[in-house]
Design a protein. Structure first.
Length: 606
RNA sequence: GGGGGCGUAGCUCAAUUGGUUAGAGCAUCGGAUUGUCGAUCCGAAGGUUGCGGGUUCGAUCCCCGUCGCCCUCGCCA
């Protein structure tokens, strides 16, 4: 071991001692007689001074360039007064080089980790090892380590066992599209990579493990987003003999500890709970951002009395009219309103009605194309119902309930962002509970499980499972932070007859259920305790804790939006012999050897 | 699969209405410089304007195609 101390951790107490530092040249300044080198490692930076009287060591110091790797030994001294650098933690000391070894001369880096200039993301991803030397990235990985460590400690203190579950798993084509892995030993058969360890953790409860946790990798072959990767990490939990509030209390405690120890923020002992129904009615989404108001108001009754046909027809045909009041929105231009309308149409609305309060129409009046259809008395009712005043803007959607929720929910978020209504420094946690257990698939008309088919219905709603399945609520819960879903879970079904009723409701025949979930159904027969759990999205959680804009900023080696790894060039073609071993043939593409990896086509010739 | 944005030197960006030899900062290379810390000064080198085609006397600029990255809808808890 060459190193005595990390660059960022040398302290004044070590002044006068001979110490050895190892690291990368973060910057160099040659003043002819004296050369300064900033040496960087994962902890920070320490200034090295090379002086002419050291001969060869000085000459080596002069030759150092950015990102060279060196080991330097020398005396740590206090800097001269006035020569200190308050911008780095070690700015009051410096190392006078007495010996130095150049471990590896570096080629000029594609970009400099110490530069303040932003670098385009594809370049960063291609040279990720350089990118990870940048302070924000190093800090993100260190922070991530602290989060997982704390989670493991917390779970350990609460009696959880960390148990690994298989990555090579059985295909269960419910939910997201799966990644498949061909089996060499069973020609023609495939494993799937798990979307989550859901069924294994339930089986572990049947096995009597009582409390299971895992920092689990999950795989989903779906479109990517700034908050979605094809492989991502969850804190996966499952507990036996618990009910909803037990899981919620445990996770609340974990989150409070994370915020307290890693962010020095004290969160309330209990996070607000909100039913799914209330979330939709007030915010239009099942993961409300409660950092600002502008809530949805149902004005169907009033709207039906107006002379505006769109409103009357919507209500008459079983739909509704919902509004949001945009504070100060009266100043929006016609162009901006047109853009909002276009946005509304993108989310499924046929149109967007708007009313300006006061302004050109005069104090206490309403303006805009539909104002004339609303009598003064009804105008007053709308003002009261929406809480809007002169200078504000009312946006209205008249449609089916689901469309009105969606459109106004999305517009609310967009306007909240652009108008700067959100308090960026607040942490609004929220448990959303009482989700509907089932919904109707728009395309097929079939009843489908909203969460997954092993979610237990609320005991009170069980009697109406067959008569009115869409009214059945589930023992499911989501944890929402500032409008982002960071976790979700449920109490599971532990009785086989209830599971059978659910399968039958979902149109899954006993034979089909047997084929897909035999092991789980077996397990439920052989002594299943009541159990439930939750999974927290690690990547999103850490992204939010650090205030980053994308989960790629908290993942060491993320993939691009097209699922490629720019550093390793995965995925890539494989040798014909490999395919033959797996009894696979690639069809529908140019013959092997002509097929060029998509991302390689634009590569420049060397 | 649909919509949008971007692509110029190793990196970050300029380049008038389509007009002469495509510029700057940082990095790199050479030189100067004994207290800097985003060092400074002098000099040099560095370009198939992602790729292919088209329009034009002339294309970084306009058009078509294609590849890549990002955002977004669908999709996905």
């Amino acid at each position: 071991m060459k190193r005595d101390v990390y660059c960022g951790q040398v302290i004044k107490e070590q002044v006068g001692r001979q110490i050895t530092l190892c690291g990368w040249v973060a910057s160099w300044r040659d003043h002819g007689g004296v050369v300064f080198v900033d040496l960087r490692d994962r902890t920070g930076i320490c200034q090295i001074v090379f002086k002419p009287e050291t001969g060869k060591v000085y000459e080596l110091g002069r030759s150092l360039r950015n990102e060279d790797v060196v080991v330097v030994t020398g005396e740590l001294i206090l800097r001269q007064p006035g020569a200190t650098n308050p911008r780095i933690s070690t700015g009051e000391v410096e190392l006078i080089a007495a010996q130095a070894t150049l471990c590896n001369k570096a080629d000029p880096a594609p970009f400099l980790p110490s530069s303040h200039e932003p670098v385009s993301e594809d370049v960063r991803l291609k040279y990720r090892y350089v990118d990870l030397r940048r302070r924000p990235m190093t800090e993100a990985l260190i922070f991530r380590h602290r989060v997982t460590k704390l989670m493991r400690d917390y779970c350990d203190e609460h009696g959880f066992l960390e148990i690994e579950t298989p990555i090579l798993y059985k295909s269960t084509p419910e939910g997201a599209r799966e990644f498949l892995v061909p089996s060499r030993l069973s020609p023609g058969d495939f494993y799937a990579l798990p979307q989550s360890p859901q069924l294994f953790k339930q089986v572990l409860m049947v096995a009597g493990m009582d409390r299971y946790m895992q920092i689990a990798r999950c795989f989903r072959d779906e479109a990517l987003r700034s908050d979605r990767q094809p492989e991502f990490t969850q804190l996966d939990l499952e507990m036996s003999f618990v009910d909803r509030e037990d899981v919620i209390a445990l996770v609340t405690g974990l989150i409070r500890r994370l915020w307290s120890e890693l962010l020095q923020v004290q969160l309330p002992e209990r996070f607000p709970h909100m039913s799914w129904q209330e979330a939709m009615d007030r915010f239009g989404v099942d993961k409300p951002d409660t950092r600002f108001g502008m809530e949805l108001k149902d004005v169907s009754e009033t709207a039906a009395q107006t002379d505006f046909a769109v409103f009357k027809d919507a209500v008459a045909s079983g739909g509704c009219v919902k509004m949001i009041a945009v504070p100060g929105g009266g100043t929006l231009s016609r162009k901006q309103l047109d853009e909002l309308t276009a946005e509304a149409k993108q989310f499924g609305a046929r149109g967007l009605a708007w009313i300006k309060l006061g302004g050109d129409a005069g104090a206490g009046n309403m303006g805009g194309p539909i104002a004339k259809f609303i009598s003064p008395a009804l105008q007053q009712t709308l003002r009261t119902a929406t809480g809007a005043a002169d200078g504000d803007l009312l946006l209205a959607v008249a449609d089916k309930r689901e469309i009105a929720w969606r459109v106004l929910g999305e517009l609310r978020l967009k306007l909240g962002r652009t108008l700067g209504l959100m308090n960026e420094s607040s942490w609004n946690f929220l448990w959303v509970i009482d989700f509907p257990g089932f919904e109707r698939d728009e395309a097929t008309g079939k009843i489908i499980a909203r969460h997954h088919p092993f979610t237990s219905p609320l005991d009170d709603d069980l009697p109406q499972l067959e008569s009115d399945p869409l009214s059945v609520r589930a023992k499911a819960y989501d944890l929402v932070l500032n409008g982002v879903e960071i976790g979700g879970g449920s109490i599971r079904i532990h009785r086989r007859e209830v599971q059978s009723r659910i399968f039958s409701l979902l149109g899954i025949s006993p034979e089909e259920a047997e084929k897909k979930f035999a092991f789980l159904l077996d397990a439920l027969r052989f002594g299943a305790p009541p159990h439930g759990g939750i999974a927290l999205g690690m990547d999103r959680l850490i992204m939010l804790m650090l205030g980053r804009q994308s989960i790629r900023e908290v993942i060491a080696f993320p993939k691009t939006q097209s699922g490629t790894d720019l550093m390793t060039q995965a995925p890539s073609p494989v040798e014909p012999a490999q395919l033959a071993d797996l009894h696979l043939a690639v069809v529908g593409l140019p013959p092997h050897g002509q097929a060029v990896p998509k991302h390689a086509a634009a590569e420049k010739q060397p």
